[in-house]
Design a protein around this ligand. Structure first.
Ligand SMILES: Cc1ncc(COP(=O)(O)O)c(C=O)c1O
Length: 450
Protein backbone atom coordinates (compact mmCIF):
# COMPACT_ATOMS: atom_id res chain seq x y z
CA UNK A 1 0.00 0.00 0.00
CA UNK A 2 2.70 2.42 1.11
CA UNK A 3 4.96 1.37 -1.74
CA UNK A 4 2.02 1.50 -4.10
CA UNK A 5 1.21 5.11 -3.37
CA UNK A 6 4.85 6.06 -3.32
CA UNK A 7 5.30 4.60 -6.79
CA UNK A 8 2.88 7.27 -8.02
CA UNK A 9 5.17 10.04 -6.86
CA UNK A 10 7.21 11.72 -9.55
CA UNK A 11 10.69 10.45 -10.02
CA UNK A 12 12.06 13.39 -8.03
CA UNK A 13 12.52 11.15 -4.99
CA UNK A 14 14.63 8.11 -5.42
CA UNK A 15 14.56 5.30 -2.91
CA UNK A 16 17.89 6.57 -1.57
CA UNK A 17 16.42 10.07 -0.99
CA UNK A 18 13.54 8.56 0.94
CA UNK A 19 15.78 6.44 3.14
CA UNK A 20 17.93 9.46 4.05
CA UNK A 21 14.83 11.56 4.77
CA UNK A 22 13.28 8.90 7.00
CA UNK A 23 16.60 8.46 8.91
CA UNK A 24 16.85 12.23 9.50
CA UNK A 25 13.27 12.38 10.80
CA UNK A 26 13.82 9.51 13.23
CA UNK A 27 17.08 11.01 14.58
CA UNK A 28 15.43 14.39 15.16
CA UNK A 29 12.50 12.69 16.91
CA UNK A 30 14.84 10.77 19.22
CA UNK A 31 16.85 13.94 20.00
CA UNK A 32 13.66 15.82 20.87
CA UNK A 33 12.47 13.06 23.22
CA UNK A 34 15.83 13.00 25.01
CA UNK A 35 15.85 16.77 25.41
CA UNK A 36 12.26 16.82 26.72
CA UNK A 37 12.94 14.11 29.29
CA UNK A 38 16.03 16.02 30.48
CA UNK A 39 13.97 19.19 30.86
CA UNK A 40 11.41 17.27 32.86
CA UNK A 41 14.15 15.91 35.09
CA UNK A 42 15.52 19.40 35.73
CA UNK A 43 11.96 20.58 36.31
CA UNK A 44 11.38 18.09 39.07
CA UNK A 45 14.88 18.36 40.24
CA UNK A 46 15.17 19.91 45.35
CA UNK A 47 17.49 22.77 46.04
CA UNK A 48 20.45 22.01 43.84
CA UNK A 49 23.37 24.39 44.22
CA UNK A 50 24.47 25.69 40.84
CA UNK A 51 27.93 26.87 39.87
CA UNK A 52 27.03 30.54 40.38
CA UNK A 53 26.09 29.88 44.01
CA UNK A 54 22.38 30.33 43.34
CA UNK A 55 20.02 27.83 44.90
CA UNK A 56 17.58 26.05 42.67
CA UNK A 57 14.86 23.57 43.52
CA UNK A 58 15.14 19.90 43.36
CA UNK A 59 11.50 19.11 43.97
CA UNK A 60 11.64 15.35 44.40
CA UNK A 61 7.93 15.22 43.82
CA UNK A 62 6.50 12.13 45.42
CA UNK A 63 2.93 12.88 44.46
CA UNK A 64 1.48 9.57 43.45
CA UNK A 65 -1.00 10.89 40.93
CA UNK A 66 -0.84 11.42 37.25
CA UNK A 67 -2.82 14.65 37.60
CA UNK A 68 -0.61 16.03 40.33
CA UNK A 69 2.53 15.19 38.43
CA UNK A 70 1.87 18.11 36.11
CA UNK A 71 3.02 20.21 39.04
CA UNK A 72 6.51 18.79 38.61
CA UNK A 73 6.70 20.07 35.09
CA UNK A 74 6.01 23.62 36.05
CA UNK A 75 9.21 24.58 37.85
CA UNK A 76 11.49 27.51 37.28
CA UNK A 77 13.49 25.52 34.76
CA UNK A 78 10.53 25.69 32.42
CA UNK A 79 10.02 29.41 33.03
CA UNK A 80 13.56 30.73 32.97
CA UNK A 81 12.65 34.32 32.24
CA UNK A 82 10.54 34.76 35.41
CA UNK A 83 13.49 36.02 37.46
CA UNK A 84 12.80 39.74 37.56
CA UNK A 85 9.04 39.84 37.80
CA UNK A 86 7.00 40.59 40.89
CA UNK A 87 5.33 37.55 42.52
CA UNK A 88 2.00 38.59 43.94
CA UNK A 89 0.99 36.28 46.80
CA UNK A 90 -1.02 38.88 48.67
CA UNK A 91 -4.43 37.48 47.69
CA UNK A 92 -5.62 33.94 48.26
CA UNK A 93 -6.60 33.36 44.63
CA UNK A 94 -7.10 29.58 44.44
CA UNK A 95 -5.78 28.92 40.92
CA UNK A 96 -3.79 25.91 42.20
CA UNK A 97 -6.69 23.55 41.44
CA UNK A 98 -7.04 24.47 37.78
CA UNK A 99 -5.11 21.39 36.64
CA UNK A 100 -7.62 19.08 38.27
CA UNK A 101 -10.59 20.82 36.68
CA UNK A 102 -8.94 20.82 33.27
CA UNK A 103 -8.47 17.08 33.55
CA UNK A 104 -12.13 16.64 34.42
CA UNK A 105 -12.95 17.93 30.94
CA UNK A 106 -16.65 18.07 30.18
CA UNK A 107 -17.70 16.42 33.45
CA UNK A 108 -18.33 19.90 34.86
CA UNK A 109 -19.40 21.72 31.72
CA UNK A 110 -22.95 23.04 31.76
CA UNK A 111 -25.10 24.43 28.99
CA UNK A 112 -27.90 26.79 29.93
CA UNK A 113 -30.40 27.51 27.15
CA UNK A 114 -31.71 31.07 26.88
CA UNK A 115 -35.18 30.18 28.17
CA UNK A 116 -33.90 28.56 31.36
CA UNK A 117 -33.39 30.14 34.80
CA UNK A 118 -35.37 33.24 33.92
CA UNK A 119 -37.43 33.61 37.05
CA UNK A 120 -36.20 35.30 40.24
CA UNK A 121 -37.53 32.28 42.12
CA UNK A 122 -35.96 28.86 42.58
CA UNK A 123 -38.15 27.25 45.22
CA UNK A 124 -40.89 29.45 46.63
CA UNK A 125 -41.62 26.88 49.36
CA UNK A 126 -38.13 27.22 50.85
CA UNK A 127 -37.17 29.92 53.39
CA UNK A 128 -34.29 30.70 51.05
CA UNK A 129 -36.56 31.00 48.01
CA UNK A 130 -33.69 31.71 45.60
CA UNK A 131 -31.73 28.55 46.51
CA UNK A 132 -31.64 26.14 43.55
CA UNK A 133 -32.86 22.70 44.77
CA UNK A 134 -30.09 21.03 42.77
CA UNK A 135 -27.46 23.00 44.64
CA UNK A 136 -29.11 22.29 48.01
CA UNK A 137 -29.02 18.57 47.21
CA UNK A 138 -25.34 18.61 46.24
CA UNK A 139 -24.35 20.64 49.30
CA UNK A 140 -25.96 18.13 51.65
CA UNK A 141 -24.40 15.25 49.74
CA UNK A 142 -20.91 16.79 49.83
CA UNK A 143 -21.05 17.48 53.56
CA UNK A 144 -22.16 13.88 54.13
CA UNK A 145 -19.37 12.50 51.90
CA UNK A 146 -16.68 14.66 53.55
CA UNK A 147 -18.13 14.49 57.07
CA UNK A 148 -17.26 18.11 57.85
CA UNK A 149 -20.68 19.52 58.78
CA UNK A 150 -24.04 18.47 60.17
CA UNK A 151 -26.78 19.35 57.71
CA UNK A 152 -29.78 17.74 59.45
CA UNK A 153 -32.04 20.33 60.98
CA UNK A 154 -30.22 23.16 59.16
CA UNK A 155 -31.55 25.78 56.80
CA UNK A 156 -29.30 26.45 53.85
CA UNK A 157 -28.92 30.06 52.74
CA UNK A 158 -26.97 30.60 49.54
CA UNK A 159 -24.98 33.78 48.99
CA UNK A 160 -22.87 35.57 46.41
CA UNK A 161 -19.73 34.23 48.03
CA UNK A 162 -19.53 33.71 51.76
CA UNK A 163 -18.64 37.42 51.91
CA UNK A 164 -22.27 38.34 51.26
CA UNK A 165 -23.38 35.77 53.83
CA UNK A 166 -21.01 37.28 56.37
CA UNK A 167 -22.84 40.60 56.04
CA UNK A 168 -26.20 38.80 56.02
CA UNK A 169 -25.21 37.07 59.28
CA UNK A 170 -24.24 40.36 60.95
CA UNK A 171 -27.54 41.87 59.85
CA UNK A 172 -29.54 38.86 61.07
CA UNK A 173 -27.81 38.55 64.45
CA UNK A 174 -27.80 42.24 65.38
CA UNK A 175 -30.60 43.38 67.71
CA UNK A 176 -32.70 45.71 65.51
CA UNK A 177 -33.55 48.30 68.17
CA UNK A 178 -30.45 48.43 70.40
CA UNK A 179 -29.21 51.77 71.72
CA UNK A 180 -25.80 51.16 70.18
CA UNK A 181 -24.32 48.86 67.52
CA UNK A 182 -23.44 45.34 68.68
CA UNK A 183 -19.69 44.66 68.97
CA UNK A 184 -18.13 42.33 66.40
CA UNK A 185 -14.90 40.64 67.49
CA UNK A 186 -12.46 37.96 66.36
CA UNK A 187 -9.24 36.72 67.95
CA UNK A 188 -6.08 38.18 66.37
CA UNK A 189 -4.63 37.34 63.97
CA UNK A 190 -8.06 37.55 62.30
CA UNK A 191 -9.07 37.48 58.62
CA UNK A 192 -8.03 40.92 57.36
CA UNK A 193 -11.36 41.63 55.64
CA UNK A 194 -13.48 41.34 58.79
CA UNK A 195 -12.82 44.87 60.14
CA UNK A 196 -13.40 46.63 56.82
CA UNK A 197 -16.41 44.50 55.83
CA UNK A 198 -17.99 45.18 59.20
CA UNK A 199 -17.41 48.94 59.19
CA UNK A 200 -17.35 50.14 55.59
CA UNK A 201 -21.04 51.06 55.57
CA UNK A 202 -20.92 52.57 59.06
CA UNK A 203 -23.90 50.47 60.05
CA UNK A 204 -25.97 51.49 63.06
CA UNK A 205 -26.50 47.77 63.79
CA UNK A 206 -22.99 46.44 64.31
CA UNK A 207 -19.46 47.73 64.77
CA UNK A 208 -16.00 46.19 64.63
CA UNK A 209 -14.56 45.94 68.18
CA UNK A 210 -11.22 44.27 67.44
CA UNK A 211 -9.35 41.40 69.03
CA UNK A 212 -11.66 38.96 70.85
CA UNK A 213 -8.84 38.08 73.27
CA UNK A 214 -8.86 41.57 74.74
CA UNK A 215 -12.61 42.23 74.47
CA UNK A 216 -13.98 43.24 77.85
CA UNK A 217 -17.17 45.15 77.18
CA UNK A 218 -20.29 43.83 78.90
CA UNK A 219 -23.39 43.03 76.90
CA UNK A 220 -24.14 41.32 73.60
CA UNK A 221 -21.46 40.70 71.00
CA UNK A 222 -20.84 38.69 67.82
CA UNK A 223 -17.68 36.61 67.72
CA UNK A 224 -16.29 35.42 64.38
CA UNK A 225 -14.55 32.07 64.70
CA UNK A 226 -12.50 31.10 61.67
CA UNK A 227 -11.32 27.50 61.76
CA UNK A 228 -8.82 26.63 60.45
CA UNK A 229 -7.88 30.23 60.80
CA UNK A 230 -6.94 32.64 58.05
CA UNK A 231 -4.10 33.71 58.28
CA UNK A 232 -2.27 31.29 60.61
CA UNK A 233 -4.00 27.94 59.87
CA UNK A 234 -4.69 26.94 63.48
CA UNK A 235 -7.90 25.21 64.52
CA UNK A 236 -9.94 27.57 66.66
CA UNK A 237 -12.79 27.80 69.15
CA UNK A 238 -14.61 30.84 70.50
CA UNK A 239 -12.54 32.71 73.07
CA UNK A 240 -14.87 35.23 74.73
CA UNK A 241 -17.41 32.69 76.02
CA UNK A 242 -19.93 34.98 77.67
CA UNK A 243 -23.65 34.38 77.91
CA UNK A 244 -24.65 37.15 75.50
CA UNK A 245 -22.32 36.03 72.74
CA UNK A 246 -23.52 35.11 69.26
CA UNK A 247 -21.16 33.03 67.16
CA UNK A 248 -20.49 32.95 63.44
CA UNK A 249 -18.24 30.06 62.41
CA UNK A 250 -16.40 30.77 59.19
CA UNK A 251 -15.28 27.33 58.00
CA UNK A 252 -14.02 28.34 54.56
CA UNK A 253 -10.95 26.10 55.08
CA UNK A 254 -12.53 23.16 56.91
CA UNK A 255 -11.82 20.78 54.01
CA UNK A 256 -9.54 17.71 53.95
CA UNK A 257 -6.80 19.24 51.78
CA UNK A 258 -6.10 21.89 54.46
CA UNK A 259 -6.81 20.29 57.82
CA UNK A 260 -7.69 16.91 59.31
CA UNK A 261 -11.49 16.62 59.53
CA UNK A 262 -12.09 15.80 63.20
CA UNK A 263 -15.92 15.65 63.30
CA UNK A 264 -18.92 17.18 61.52
CA UNK A 265 -19.15 20.86 62.52
CA UNK A 266 -22.31 21.41 64.54
CA UNK A 267 -22.72 25.13 65.16
CA UNK A 268 -25.56 27.65 65.16
CA UNK A 269 -24.40 29.47 62.04
CA UNK A 270 -21.64 28.19 59.78
CA UNK A 271 -20.29 29.70 56.58
CA UNK A 272 -18.72 27.78 53.68
CA UNK A 273 -17.59 28.79 50.21
CA UNK A 274 -16.67 27.11 46.92
CA UNK A 275 -13.82 29.65 46.63
CA UNK A 276 -11.54 27.65 48.91
CA UNK A 277 -13.14 24.20 48.83
CA UNK A 278 -13.06 23.54 45.07
CA UNK A 279 -11.12 26.67 44.04
CA UNK A 280 -14.00 28.24 42.09
CA UNK A 281 -13.68 31.73 43.56
CA UNK A 282 -14.99 33.29 40.34
CA UNK A 283 -18.32 31.50 40.67
CA UNK A 284 -19.06 33.61 43.77
CA UNK A 285 -21.04 30.94 45.61
CA UNK A 286 -21.09 30.51 49.36
CA UNK A 287 -23.58 28.90 51.70
CA UNK A 288 -24.63 29.16 55.32
CA UNK A 289 -25.91 26.32 57.47
CA UNK A 290 -28.26 27.92 59.97
CA UNK A 291 -30.01 26.29 62.92
CA UNK A 292 -32.43 29.04 63.83
CA UNK A 293 -35.28 29.55 61.39
CA UNK A 294 -35.68 33.24 62.23
CA UNK A 295 -31.99 33.89 61.61
CA UNK A 296 -32.21 32.05 58.27
CA UNK A 297 -35.23 34.21 57.34
CA UNK A 298 -33.41 37.43 58.18
CA UNK A 299 -30.32 36.38 56.25
CA UNK A 300 -32.54 35.59 53.27
CA UNK A 301 -34.16 39.02 53.66
CA UNK A 302 -30.77 40.70 53.65
CA UNK A 303 -29.85 39.02 50.36
CA UNK A 304 -33.25 39.88 48.93
CA UNK A 305 -32.68 43.56 49.78
CA UNK A 306 -29.09 43.40 48.62
CA UNK A 307 -29.17 41.47 45.31
CA UNK A 308 -32.71 39.91 45.08
CA UNK A 309 -31.20 36.45 45.21
CA UNK A 310 -28.08 34.78 43.88
CA UNK A 311 -27.23 34.02 40.24
CA UNK A 312 -28.96 30.81 39.18
CA UNK A 313 -26.33 30.23 36.51
CA UNK A 314 -23.65 30.16 39.18
CA UNK A 315 -25.71 27.95 41.45
CA UNK A 316 -26.26 25.40 38.68
CA UNK A 317 -22.60 25.44 37.81
CA UNK A 318 -21.68 25.05 41.48
CA UNK A 319 -24.06 22.09 41.76
CA UNK A 320 -22.32 20.39 38.84
CA UNK A 321 -18.85 21.02 40.26
CA UNK A 322 -19.84 19.79 43.72
CA UNK A 323 -21.42 16.68 42.22
CA UNK A 324 -18.14 15.96 40.44
CA UNK A 325 -16.26 16.34 43.75
CA UNK A 326 -18.60 13.95 45.60
CA UNK A 327 -18.53 11.50 42.69
CA UNK A 328 -14.72 11.57 42.68
CA UNK A 329 -14.69 10.65 46.40
CA UNK A 330 -17.15 7.81 45.90
CA UNK A 331 -15.20 6.52 42.88
CA UNK A 332 -11.94 6.63 44.81
CA UNK A 333 -13.43 4.55 47.61
CA UNK A 334 -14.92 2.08 45.15
CA UNK A 335 -11.99 1.70 42.75
CA UNK A 336 -8.53 2.02 44.16
CA UNK A 337 -6.26 3.94 41.85
CA UNK A 338 -8.87 6.61 41.11
CA UNK A 339 -8.03 9.96 42.63
CA UNK A 340 -10.60 12.18 44.32
CA UNK A 341 -10.47 15.96 44.18
CA UNK A 342 -9.42 16.00 47.83
CA UNK A 343 -6.61 13.48 47.33
CA UNK A 344 -5.34 15.54 44.40
CA UNK A 345 -5.50 18.82 46.33
CA UNK A 346 -4.13 17.24 49.52
CA UNK A 347 -1.10 15.96 47.60
CA UNK A 348 -0.35 19.34 46.07
CA UNK A 349 -0.66 21.14 49.40
CA UNK A 350 1.48 18.50 51.10
CA UNK A 351 4.18 18.84 48.48
CA UNK A 352 4.16 22.63 48.65
CA UNK A 353 4.39 22.64 52.45
CA UNK A 354 7.30 20.19 52.41
CA UNK A 355 9.18 22.31 49.92
CA UNK A 356 8.42 25.51 51.80
CA UNK A 357 9.51 24.09 55.17
CA UNK A 358 12.78 22.88 53.66
CA UNK A 359 13.46 26.32 52.14
CA UNK A 360 12.62 28.19 55.35
CA UNK A 361 14.71 25.85 57.51
CA UNK A 362 17.72 26.38 55.27
CA UNK A 363 17.36 30.15 55.34
CA UNK A 364 17.49 30.66 59.12
CA UNK A 365 15.85 34.05 58.51
CA UNK A 366 12.20 33.12 58.79
CA UNK A 367 9.99 30.88 60.87
CA UNK A 368 6.70 29.05 60.30
CA UNK A 369 3.91 27.81 62.55
CA UNK A 370 4.10 24.18 63.70
CA UNK A 371 0.96 22.08 63.65
CA UNK A 372 0.04 18.97 65.62
CA UNK A 373 -1.01 16.00 63.49
CA UNK A 374 -4.53 14.73 64.13
CA UNK A 375 -6.79 11.95 62.91
CA UNK A 376 -8.68 12.83 59.75
CA UNK A 377 -12.00 11.00 59.47
CA UNK A 378 -12.07 11.63 55.71
CA UNK A 379 -8.67 10.13 54.88
CA UNK A 380 -8.83 7.77 57.93
CA UNK A 381 -5.22 8.62 58.79
CA UNK A 382 -3.30 10.82 61.19
CA UNK A 383 -2.28 13.86 59.15
CA UNK A 384 -0.72 17.28 59.56
CA UNK A 385 -2.57 20.48 58.71
CA UNK A 386 -1.35 22.21 55.55
CA UNK A 387 -3.07 25.58 55.45
CA UNK A 388 -4.00 27.64 52.44
CA UNK A 389 -1.74 30.46 53.70
CA UNK A 390 1.76 30.62 55.11
CA UNK A 391 1.99 32.74 58.23
CA UNK A 392 5.63 33.65 57.96
CA UNK A 393 7.63 35.48 60.61
CA UNK A 394 10.76 37.44 59.79
CA UNK A 395 13.25 36.60 62.50
CA UNK A 396 16.09 38.81 63.80
CA UNK A 397 16.19 42.52 63.05
CA UNK A 398 13.68 42.67 60.23
CA UNK A 399 10.73 44.54 61.75
CA UNK A 400 8.64 45.02 58.61
CA UNK A 401 8.52 41.66 56.89
CA UNK A 402 6.17 42.82 54.12
CA UNK A 403 8.52 45.64 53.03
CA UNK A 404 11.50 43.34 53.28
CA UNK A 405 9.94 40.76 50.98
CA UNK A 406 8.65 43.47 48.62
CA UNK A 407 12.25 44.52 48.06
CA UNK A 408 12.76 40.96 46.84
CA UNK A 409 9.76 41.28 44.54
CA UNK A 410 7.45 39.10 46.65
CA UNK A 411 4.13 40.74 47.50
CA UNK A 412 2.58 39.52 50.78
CA UNK A 413 0.10 40.89 53.32
CA UNK A 414 1.50 42.41 56.51
CA UNK A 415 0.58 41.16 59.98
CA UNK A 416 -0.79 44.69 60.63
CA UNK A 417 -3.88 43.88 58.54
CA UNK A 418 -4.58 40.91 60.78
CA UNK A 419 -4.26 42.88 64.02
CA UNK A 420 -0.71 41.78 64.91
CA UNK A 421 2.95 42.70 64.46
CA UNK A 422 4.45 43.61 61.04
CA UNK A 423 7.09 40.98 61.71
CA UNK A 424 4.50 38.57 60.28
CA UNK A 425 3.19 38.27 56.75
CA UNK A 426 0.53 36.12 55.14
CA UNK A 427 1.46 34.42 51.89
CA UNK A 428 -0.91 32.52 49.63
CA UNK A 429 -0.20 28.82 49.06
CA UNK A 430 -2.95 28.58 46.46
CA UNK A 431 -1.34 30.34 43.53
CA UNK A 432 -0.15 28.78 40.27
CA UNK A 433 2.69 26.25 40.24
CA UNK A 434 4.81 28.74 38.36
CA UNK A 435 4.38 31.51 40.95
CA UNK A 436 4.86 29.13 43.83
CA UNK A 437 8.13 27.78 42.40
CA UNK A 438 9.33 31.31 41.70
CA UNK A 439 8.46 32.26 45.26
CA UNK A 440 10.58 29.41 46.63
CA UNK A 441 13.45 30.39 44.37
CA UNK A 442 13.23 33.96 45.62
CA UNK A 443 13.23 32.86 49.27
CA UNK A 444 16.25 30.64 48.62
CA UNK A 445 18.07 33.49 46.90
CA UNK A 446 17.42 35.87 49.83
CA UNK A 447 19.37 33.70 52.22
CA UNK A 448 22.33 33.73 49.88
CA UNK A 449 22.40 37.47 49.23
CA UNK A 450 21.81 38.47 52.87
C1 LIG B 1 -11.90 33.07 56.16
C2 LIG B 1 -12.53 33.52 54.88
N1 LIG B 1 -13.83 33.74 54.83
C3 LIG B 1 -14.42 34.16 53.71
C4 LIG B 1 -13.71 34.40 52.56
C5 LIG B 1 -14.40 34.93 51.33
O1 LIG B 1 -14.94 33.91 50.58
P1 LIG B 1 -15.84 34.19 49.28
O2 LIG B 1 -14.93 34.17 48.10
O3 LIG B 1 -16.81 33.07 49.29
O4 LIG B 1 -16.54 35.50 49.46
C6 LIG B 1 -12.35 34.19 52.57
C7 LIG B 1 -11.56 34.46 51.36
O5 LIG B 1 -10.37 34.58 51.36
C8 LIG B 1 -11.74 33.75 53.75
O6 LIG B 1 -10.42 33.56 53.81
Amino acid sequence: MWWGSMAKLPNMLSLWNLLVLSLALNVSLILRMVSESQERYIGSSCFKKQGDGHVFHEGSLTISSSLSSNFANSSRANHPQGNGRVINLDHGDPTVYETFWRQMGDKTTITIPGWQSMSYFSDASNICWFLEPELAKELVRLHNVVGNAVTDGRHIVVGTGSSQLFLAALYALSPPDAAEPISVVSAAPYYSSYPSMTDYQKSGLYKWAGDADSFEKEGPYIELVTSPNNPDGYVRRSVVNRSQGLLVHDLAYYWPQYTPISSPADHELTLFTVSKSTGHAGMRIGWALVKDQEVAKKMTKFIELNTIGVSKDSQLRAAKVLRAVSDSCVQERRFQGEESFFKFSYNIMSQRWKQLRATVERSGMFSLPRFSPAFCTFFTQILEPQPAFVWLKCEGEIEDCESFLRRHKILTRSGRHFGVSPKYVRISMLDTDENFMQFLDRLSAIQIQS
